[in-house]
Design a protein around this ligand. Structure first.
Ligand code: DX5
Ligand code: ZN
Length: 221
């Protein structure tokens, strides 16, 4: 297992002062910036694109930016996000006609690549591309909105992917996204996740540093 990473989702940040808020959450101990891209097509919500990623880089954010693409089609945004400073780019396999090609496109642009699985998306999409994947991201809510409740069936799915990764011997990250809180992060880690997206649990808390510290305490327990 690799060291645990905490990745606040800026979907719940203050967009009117985004750079400042992202700096605050990083100073509070976050490892990675989780950047949710929604197109009002693949998901019923609309958020931010490459310009905002570039703006964060221009503002001086140097932490890894984990771009979660909830868009269809996928490929045209890959070069744009790579150029705008993305570190990791993940996409939903059913939103790409050529999954292997999209993974390769991401890697060719110098980013780490990942597949995202909705709660009811089968893991079989991993069958022939595991060696091309740097991150497996399991959604523990249906994508589109922050502040939803963790779907418990994801725990078994996490355990299944953990087994798959360990069996492969590949250094693949297992990321979880949706409804992660101080109260459930411990059991999510026990099921096999090593990268934790948390939006509302961190950004809606009065003290980011205290919340992240509580999360790390649960992870260490
Ligand atoms: C949902 C997004 C998540 C979301 C998580 O579609 O992918 O990253 O921001 O928010 P919380 O942690 O509030 O469930
Ligand atoms: Zn996300």
């Amino acid at each position: 297992m690799q060291p645990y990473l905490i990745a606040p989702s800026i979907l719940s940040a203050d967009f009117a002062r985004l750079g400042e808020d992202v700096n605050e959450v990083l100073a509070a101990g976050a490892d990675v910036v989780h950047f949710d891209v929604m197109d009002n097509h693949y998901v019923p919500n609309l958020t931010i694109g490459p310009m905002v990623c570039q703006a964060l880089r221009n503002y001086g954010i140097t932490a890894p930016i984990d771009v979660h693409l909830m868009v269809e089609p996928v490929d045209s945004l890959v070069p744009q996000f790579a150029k705008a400073g993305a570190s990791i780019i993940t996409f939903h396999p059913e939103a790409s006609k050529h999954i292997d090609r999209t993974l390769q496109l991401i890697k060719d642009h110098g980013c780490q690549a990942g597949l995202v699985f909705n709660p009811a998306t089968p893991l079989s999409y991993l069958d022939y591309v595991l060696d091309k994947v740097d991150v497996v991201l399991l959604m523990s809510v249906n994508p589109g909105f922050g502040g939803q409740k963790f779907i418990p069936a994801t725990l078994d799915k996490l355990a299944a992917v953990r087994q798959l990764i360990d069996h492969s011997g590949l250094p693949i990250r297992l990321e979880i996204d949706g409804g992660v809180t101080v109260a459930n992060i411990g059991e999510i880690a026990a099921a096999g996740a090593d990268m934790f997206v948390a939006g509302s649990a961190i950004f809606n808390s009065p003290d980011y540093a205290a919340t992240i510290a509580q999360m790390r305490q649960q992870l260490a327990a």
